[in-house]
Structures are given as structure tokens and as C-alpha cells.
Ligand binder design. Structure first.
Ligand code: HEM
Length: 250
């Protein structure tokens, strides 16, 4: 692709410091939309979890919170799907294959740091790559389980229509069912789908806890790497340019 930014490593300066193009525009856009959506979803999710303690009561408020969470969840999901597609067809630096863990590179990187070297990378360093891979797997898991919960809990798309049609009692139109209201519902069928609904809910929430942990480790790692070994990591995700004073390892 013309925009293949690794191929077009651009030397802007004649000094020892070279400026390389990295992270194409769609990748940077994905990153910051994803950060915003995840923060908003954690915030709304936390209100949902602690609504009792926050004095929020009543069915309407509970359902409204879930609807808001799901609507932001759709933006998050579309952004993630676009990123996954871009990871298959986009520029070299956006490729999903770049995210795959490389344990021998991790050991080599650690050994270099131990020797006091500060190896430079155009993309993530091998340790950062592990966190990125884990976050991607968790984001996809959270997306799927969230969509399952949206369908089974409040009958929202893409599965909500199927679910409400399935659990509607004989002669009842599935579209007339309301969340958390047993009117017109076949309770036996509700019991049938309950294990899947519960499993999706548990995987969703525990994946979120794990994601929060990895996000914190990721941020700490970026700060340490930025200060000690690889300056310019954060600005590169904003400007798409990285300034390196020696040739990158990747
Ligand atoms: C990184 C993204 C996400 C985060 C951090 C997140 C966070 C959370 C949290 C903390 C809860 C627990 C609230 C509770 O159990 O009361 C929750 C529940 C829920 N999430 Fe997400 N979520 C994300 C993505 C999504 C997506 C993409 C959807 C669907 C479009 C979704 C749909 C739901 C639904 C329907 C519930 C309610 C489940 C229940 O009441 O047990 N979430 N989410």
C-alpha cells in the first residue's frame, strides 16, 4: 500500500536523530477512540456495579444505565472491528501479525536492557507487545460477551430479536417483551438460556477486571520505557512520527 509507513521511513532531519513515520492515521484514530470508549464503559460499568451504594434505585434507572452502556459499547465494538479489519488489510505497522507474542525477542530485549543498552523500536518493544496482544484478546472477548449480554439482558441488537422471539410465550410477539418484566415470557425457555447469559456476564466482568490490570501495567510500562529507554512513545501515538537517534531493532 502507498501508505505503507514502514516502507516509507522518512528521514526529516540530517542530524543524528532521524524521524520515522510510524502508526498510520487509522491506527492512531482507533487507539484514541478505543481509550475514550473503554474509559467511558468502565465508568458506566462501575456505576452499574455500585448503583446501590450510589443511591440509584428503580428498574427504569437500572435499564437506562444498561442501555447507555450498550450504546457506547456499539461505538467501541465498531471501532474494534474496523481495527481488526485494518489489521488484515492496512499498512505494515497496523498488521495484527505484528502483535503476536515473540518470546525469544522478549528474552533478547531483557538481556540488552540488563547490559545497560537502550534498544530502540519503531513499533512496540517486545515486552510492550505482550501487553498489546493480551489487551486485544481481552477487548475482543469483552466485545462478544457484551453483545451476548445486550441481547439476553435487555433484548438489544444484534441478538436481542432472536432472544426475545425465542423466550416469548406461545402467541406473544417477541418485540413486545420488556427487560426484567415476565409478562408474555415462557419461563422454561428463560431458564434454558440462563446458563449462557450468566456465563457471558461473568466472562464479561472478569475480562474487564483483567483488562484494567493490564491497562495499568501497560501505562506504567510506557512511562518507564518513555523515561528510561525509548523516549517519544506517547507522542508517536499522537503525531505518527518517532524520533530515534539510532537504527531501530524492528
Ligand atoms: C472495554 C469495554 C467494556 C467495559 C470496560 C465494560 C464494563 C462493564 C462492567 C464493569 C459491567 C458490569 C456491570 C454489572 O454487572 O452491573 C458491564 C456489564 C455489561 N456490559 Fe459491558 N463493558 C464493555 C463493553 C461492552 C460492550 C461492547 C457491550 C455491548 C455492546 C457491553 C454490554 C454490557 C451489558 C449488557 C452489561 C450488563 C450485564 C449485567 O447486567 O450483568 N459491554 N460492562
Amino acid at each position: 500500500m502507498a501508505q505503507d509507513q514502514d516502507a516509507s521511513r522518512e528521514q526529516v532531519s540530517c542530524e543524528q536523530v532521524k524521524v520515522y513515520r510510524v502508526w498510520d492515521r487509522p491506527t492512531r484514530l482507533f487507539h484514541w477512540i478505543n481509550v475514550s470508549c473503554v474509559m467511558a464503559l468502565i465508568f458506566i460499568g462501575a456505576i452499574m456495579l455500585f448503583k446501590g451504594e450510589l443511591g440509584i434505585s428503580g428498574l427504569e434507572a437500572k435499564v437506562k444505565l444498561k442501555e447507555l452502556h450498550v450504546v457506547v459499547g456499539y461505538l467501541f465494538a465498531v471501532n474494534l472491528v474496523v481495527r481488526l479489519v485494518w489489521g488484515c488489510i492496512g499498512s505494515n505497522s497496523a498488521r495484527l501479525s505484528k502483535m503476536l507474542p515473540n518470546f525469544s525477542a522478549v528474552l533478547a530485549y531483557k538481556a540488552k536492557l540488563k547490559q545497560g543498552a537502550s534498544p530502540q523500536y519503531l513499533h512496540h518493544n517486545p515486552v510492550g507487545n505482550l501487553a498489546v496482544f493480551a489487551m486485544m484478546v481481552l477487548l475482543v472477548t469483552i466485545m462478544f460477551t457484551g453483545l451476548i449480554r445486550a441481547g439476553t439482558d435487555i433484548y438489544y441488537p444484534p441478538l436481542g430479536g432472536l432472544v426475545s422471539d425465542y423466550i416469548a410465550a406461545n402467541g406473544v410477539d417477541g418485540a413486545s417483551l420488556k427487560p426484567y418484566d415476565e409478562t408474555g415470557v415462557d419461563n422454561q425457555k428463560v431458564a434454558q438460556i440462563k446458563p449462557f447469559k450468566s456465563l457471558a456476564g461473568e466472562v464479561h466482568v472478569y475480562s474487564v477486571y483483567l483488562l484494567i490490570l493490564i491497562i495499568l501495567v501497560h501505562i506504567a510500562g510506557v512511562i518507564v520505557a518513555e523515561i528510561k529507554h525509548q523516549p517519544g512513545l506517547v507522542s508517536a501515538m499522537i503525531s505518527g512520527k518517532k524520533r530515534l537517534n539510532r537504527p531501530p531493532e524492528d
